[in-house]
Design a binder for this molecule. Structure first.
Ligand SMILES: [Zn+2]
Length: 105
């Protein structure tokens, strides 16, 4: 049941070009949607145990408080515990580090 959500992707299976990539190239942001005070981010982050395979990560985040309000990841840890995993935190941190590249004004 939950196994259907547990999936990794190779980079050549991911469509489109990343908007931003972390300096270690392990976390790639593909989508960003800013609404009111909330930011929704879609990204992929590389598995630590399987090099070359990436988990799909979605987060909703409040920049003012740095608080994750929602999210999902295809990794085993999130599927099992349902708690924010290291991939979700990495995606948030890559967003924070590159925030100036996203601002429209
Ligand atoms: Zn994860």
């Amino acid at each position: 049941m939950m196994d259907s959500n547990r999936k990794t992707y190779r980079l050549d299976e991911i469509l489109g070009k990343p908007i931003v990539m972390s300096s270690d190239k392990k976390t790639l942001i593909y989508g960003l949607n800013v609404k009111d005070r909330e930011v929704a981010i879609s990204a992929y982050s590389e598995s630590e145990s399987r090099t070359g395979y990436f988990h799909k990560v979605e987060i909703e985040y409040l920049p003012a408080s740095m608080y994750l309000i929602n999210g999902s990841c295809t990794c085993e840890s999130f599927q099992y515990y349902g708690m924010p995993c290291k991939h979700m935190l990495k995606v948030r941190n890559v967003y924070i580090k590159n925030r100036n590249k996203f601002s429209k004004d």
